[in-house]
Design a protein around this ligand. Structure first.
Ligand SMILES: Cc1cc2nc3c(=O)[nH]c(=O)nc-3n(C[C@H](O)[C@H](O)[C@H](O)COP(=O)(O)O)c2cc1C
Ligand code: SF4
Length: 431
């Protein structure tokens, strides 16, 4: 298993995990289900629970960083019909591999977090949509659900209270687009996983057209700890408006790739140190700090940046899902962009023209530059195509395809020019 190596930084979700202590008994020994018990036995009202989550400054860990307590407050309170709660364990973004570790090593934290959320929003049915290409984690989550039901933490009248919550696991279809919340809902309904127009947002028109709240796996997993340590203490772990810990999936050119749970606001330099530094002692060239869809940041700037939503935004990028892709001085940015643009071309669901056609154009242009057939006008054309995708599509996959292109050209234009002029890579020339 991959987890935190530094004893000075205390993780929450990954605390005390050994790889084989994922079960209910061990979770309870670690303080698990105490938050749910306390909420139900002390008679905390749903509004009080939402107020605590707001005070914790927890922000959604799925990509956009939207304040979770605020999202929960959007659920209609007095809706007469069925409302739904959905966990997004689709995790398909290149570089992101944290949610599968949570499901595998601490599944009860997700179940407890969802049960608390369901109580706060008056929801009695929930689903966890798990990426279709991961099997062991799906089986593990099913097993954990069985354990929770048998112990009375799920089902009818949980722990003798009036709160009932039926939670089910759903194995998805392995498409990146099914991670987009409305495509996920379509897929959960048994339809083709294609995003819906927003508005209406899921809180008013969600699963089967009913009010629905969707959060990321890590978001739900964090909830029990907010009530264990207290909302203020949780918030104080991070920076203002960036509360708590965050799991970063560090990959690429580092000595020890893996998942690292650290307080939000920890300097990137410290995270890099935890991951063993740049592999082979090479120089840091660039970092994609939040998954493949966010703008690349030059190494020097990243070394002066803290890992929280606001600081990474100031550096011109986004914290996204927390997937940190580290690139050393030997990496060719044209080649890196080729890999990224192929991914978005391949994963576009095809509903809107700018995304369906534009992602193909981007890929083909980067492909010809990389293969020594680039034309001088290609760089401006890449920017122009990206401009014509961004903000003109049904869902954010279009933006996700366009942003890396613009950022790569802005930060590393000389490499694109060199490729076009010399018909090969600039990188070997300076290592
Ligand atoms: C193309 C695309 C893919 C996405 N994939 C995921 C994903 O795999 N997991 C996830 O939690 N959110 C993903 N999101 C974001 C979700 O739409 C949604 O914002 C998120 O699940 C909300 O949870 P949060 O508020 O806890 O972050 C994706 C968004 C887009 C546009
Ligand atoms: S932006 Fe792309 S992925 Fe999103 S709905 Fe349009 S075609 Fe589909």
């Amino acid at each position: 298993m991959t987890s935190l190596h530094n004893r000075h930084i205390k993780p929450l979700i990954f605390a005390g995990l050994t790889g084989d202590n994922w079960g209910l008994e061990e979770y309870v020994k670690r303080g698990g289900y105490a938050s749910l018990k306390r909420i139900l036995s002390e008679g905390m009202t749903p509004d009080q629970v939402i107020a605590e989550v707001k005070a914790s400054t927890l922000r959604g860990r799925g990509g956009a960083g939207f304040p979770s307590g605020l999202k929960w407050s959007f659920m209609p309170k007095n809706f007469a019909g069925q409302k739904y709660l959905v966990c997004n364990s689709d995790e398909g973004e290149p570089g992101t591999f944290k949610d599968r570790d949570i499901l595998r090593y601490n599944p009860h934290s997700v179940i407890e977090g969802m049960t608390i959320a369901a109580y706060a929003m008056g929801v009695s049915v929930g689903y966890n949509y798990i990426h279709g290409e991961i099997f062991a984690e799906y089986d593990r989550f099913e097993e954990a659900l069985e354990q929770a039901r048998a112990a009375g933490f799920l089902g009818d009248n949980i722990l003798g209270s009036a709160h009932s919550f039926q939670l089910h696991a759903f194995h998805g279809f392995g498409a990146y687009i099914c991670g987009e919340e409305t495509a996920l809902l379509e897929s959960l309904e048994g339809k083709k996983g294609q995003p819906r127009f927003k508005p209406p947002f899921p809180a008013s028109y969600g699963l089967y057209g009913k009010p629905t709240t969707i959060n990321n796996t890590e978001t739900f997993a964090a909830v029990p700890f907010i009530f264990q340590v207290g909302a203020e203490a949780y918030a104080a772990l991070g920076k203002p408006n960036n509360g708590g810990t965050k799991i970063f999936s560090v990959s690429g050119d580092v000595e020890r790739p893996g998942n690292y749970e650290i307080p939000l606001g920890t300097p990137f330099a410290e995270l890099l140190k935890l991951a063993g530094g740049v592999r082979g002692g090479k120089k840091l060239k660039a970092v994609i700090p939040g998954g493949s869809s966010v703008p690349v940041v030059k190494g020097d700037l990243m070394m002066a940046t803290d890992m929280d939503y606001d600081s990474v935004a100031k550096a011109g990028s986004m914290l996204g899902s927390g997937a940190v892709i580290v690139m050393d001085e030997t990496r060719c940015m044209v080649k890196a962009l080729l890999r990224l643009s192929y991914f978005y071309f391949e994963e576009s669901c095809g509903q809107c023209t700018p995304c369906r056609e534009g992602t193909g154009w981007l890929y083909r242009m980067v492909h010809r530059i990389e293969n020594g057939q680039g034309r001088p006008e290609d760089i401006d054309m890449l920017n122009s195509v990206a401009d014509n995708i961004q903000g003109r599509t049904i869902c954010a996959l279009g933006d996700a395809a366009a942003m890396p292109v613009r950022a790569m050209i802005q930060q590393f234009r000389e490499e694109f020019v060199y490729h076009i002029e010399h018909k090969h890579c600039l990188v070997p020339a300076y290592i």
